[in-house]
Structures are given as C-alpha cells and as structure tokens.
Design a protein around this ligand. Structure first.
Ligand code: ATP
Length: 305
C-alpha cells in the first residue's frame, strides 16, 4: 500500500503545483486583458472624494454580449454608510464590486463617486480611493511586514503595528519567532484563512481609503475567529462608505440598506427589519440561515457532552 501511496501522493503534489501555476497565469492574463480593455480617457482627471458617495444608476452589464449579467441595477450609498448585497451564487454580487473598481465598463447606465462618472477619472486615482478585503486573500511570498505595508509604502513601523493591532493580528505576529519578519506564502509560514484575512484587513486599515468593499468569505470560520474578524472589519469600516458582499446575514443586520440580487436584478431592498417584515426572499433566507445556525450549535453542544 505504501508503494502505491507514495507515487499517488507525489502526483497530487505535482497536480497542485501545476494547478497553482495555471491559476497564477490566469490571474495575470485577466489583469493584462482588463487593462487593455479599460483605458483612461484623454484628459481624465484624478477622482476627488470629499465625501465618498457611491451611485449606481440603471446599470446594465454583460461580460459577453450574449449573456446579460446585471439588469437595471440602481442604488446609492451615502457617505460613511453601509450597503450589503446578498443573493444566490452567480447573482452578480462580485460583478458589482468589479464595476466599482472599473475592471470593466458598464454596458448602460453609469457609476459615480461624489458625482463623478468613474469613466471620466484616472484609474490610478479611482483604485487609490477604494480598499478591498477579498474573500480569499493571496499574500505575497514576502515578510508579514511587507504584506501589511503594501497598503501604504511610507507607513512607519508604529503605523504597521497599530494597523495589525486594530485587525487583531498583532498578538499572533509577535508570538512568532521572527515576528514581523516572518516569511509567509508558498515557501514560508502557511497561514490559516482567518489569519490571512486579518493581514488583508491590516493592509486596508493602513491604506485608509474613503471607500471600502468587503467580500465576505464563503467558507465558514470557527465562531471565535469569525467574531474577531467581524470586530476588525467593523473597525475598518467606521466612517467609510462600505459595500459588503455578504454570505452570512448575521453580519449585515446593521447595514443601512440591503439589496437582494437574483439573476442580476434587485428583487428586494430595505433595512433588515423592513425586509423581515415583508416576508419575502430575504425573510426566507434569514429563516433558513437561522435554522442552520441553531442546528450547528445543537450539534456542537452534543459533541461537547
Ligand atoms: P458568488 O456568490 O458565487 O461569489 P456572485 O453573485 O458574486 O456569486 P458573480 O461573480 O458576480 O456572482 O458572477 C455573476 C455571473 O457572471 C456568473 O454567472 C458568472 O459565471 C459570470 N462571470 C463572472 N465573471 C466572469 C468573467 N470574467 N467572464 C464571464 N463571465 C463571468
């Protein structure tokens, strides 16, 4: 059996290496393609963000003209407020965040920030104004300090540590033998999903953008980590205009507005309380998630006994 296991295991290793390289190449091609499609207009001005209001006005979008993805999507996030987008997989939630970054241009309608159409401003200034905490953070094969400082290269040592503290990862980093000099990634220390996400949060705190996109992880973290991350995200979102792509409804109960997206259309909108009272799609989702949550807790308690 061992004779069979070793080559199989080795093949698994090779497969993972190849898969990783293909993924990296894909990411690279996507970046190149996106930059080729989207260019600054002649005379494009830097974006000015005195307040941080976001508006999507009757936005249609398709990656491929044959297949519309977003259909007449409109919403507004007032400065410093929080909007959450929920809906089934493939509904177009992440597409909304890609349009805000202007990785693609809308097919119809427009996206504005403080009244400026994002097609009229320079891409550099647009991307500098938006911070993103993605679902799956990919870290550089570098030190932890480098990975946090990536948010703002001129940050001082103290600022890096302060950002890590706010992201609740400073204690963990200091417990490592090499502290902030610990190499992470492929050949370095392997971090858990929650640790990587907290490094991404520290990086975003350091960047200090007026607009924030939080793309919540689909994978369930244990509830203590989950709570730490929610606290850290709450801190980074304070005073910033925030768009949350949410998978767990418990994290968006306090959002100023929740949009329910289905097949690229907004089918419901309102606060958590309004949507529950309505008894529609959101209320259904909430009920199912609450039941699943209770079942998990009961199982966990049974496991402890
Ligand atoms: P999830 O909850 O699973 O992350 P989502 O609501 O964020 O889903 P999107 O990632 O916005 O969904 O995708 C919406 C649709 O657009 C999907 O059907 C997807 O297949 C398609 N899509 C996403 N990215 C591309 C792309 N680069 N090219 C073509 N189609 C794409």
């Amino acid at each position: 059996l061992v004779q069979l296991y070793v080559p199989l295991n080795f093949m698994g290793f090779i497969y993972r290496e190849i898969k990783q390289s293909v993924t990296d190449l894909e990411a690279l091609f996507n970046l190149l393609r996106q930059d080729a499609e989207i260019a600054d207009r002649p005379g494009a001005q830097p974006l000015r963000v005195p307040a941080g209001a976001i508006r999507f006005e009757n936005v249609d979008f398709a990656y491929d003209p044959e297949r519309p993805i977003l259909k007449n999507v409109s919403f507004e996030v007032r400065p410093g407020r929080k909007i959450a987008i929920v809906g089934p997989t493939g509904a177009g939630k992440s597409t909304i965040s890609r349009l805000l970054f202007r990785f693609y241009d809308v097919s119809a309608g427009r996206v504005t920030i403080d009244g400026q159409d994002i097609r009229d401003v320079t891409q550099t200034s647009l991307r500098a104004a938006i911070g993103m905490v993605p679902q799956d953070t990919v870290l550089f094969n570098e030190t932890i300090r480098y990975n946090i400082r990536y948010g703002r290269w001129d940050a001082t040592e103290d600022e890096v540590a302060r950002a890590a503290e706010l992201a609740q990862i400073d204690g963990f980093i200091r417990s490592l033998p090499d502290g902030y000099d610990t190499e992470v990634g492929e050949r370095g220390l392997k971090l858990s999903g929650g640790e990587k996400q907290r490094i991404a949060i520290a990086r975003t705190i350091l960047k200090g953008p007026p607009i924030l996109i939080l793309d919540e992880a689909t994978s369930a973290l244990d509830s203590a980590t989950e709570k730490d991350i929610q606290d850290a995200l709450g801190r980074v979102a304070e005073g910033r205009t925030t768009l949350v792509i949410a998978h767990r409804l418990s994290t968006i109960v306090d959002a100023d507005e929740i949009l329910v997206l289905e097949a690229g259309r907004v089918v419901e909108r309102g606060s958590h309380a309004e949507l529950l009272a309505k008894g529609g799609a959101y209320a259904g989702l909430w009920l199912r998630q609450s039941e699943a949550e209770r079942a998990r807790e009961t199982l966990a308690r049974a496991g402890e006994d």
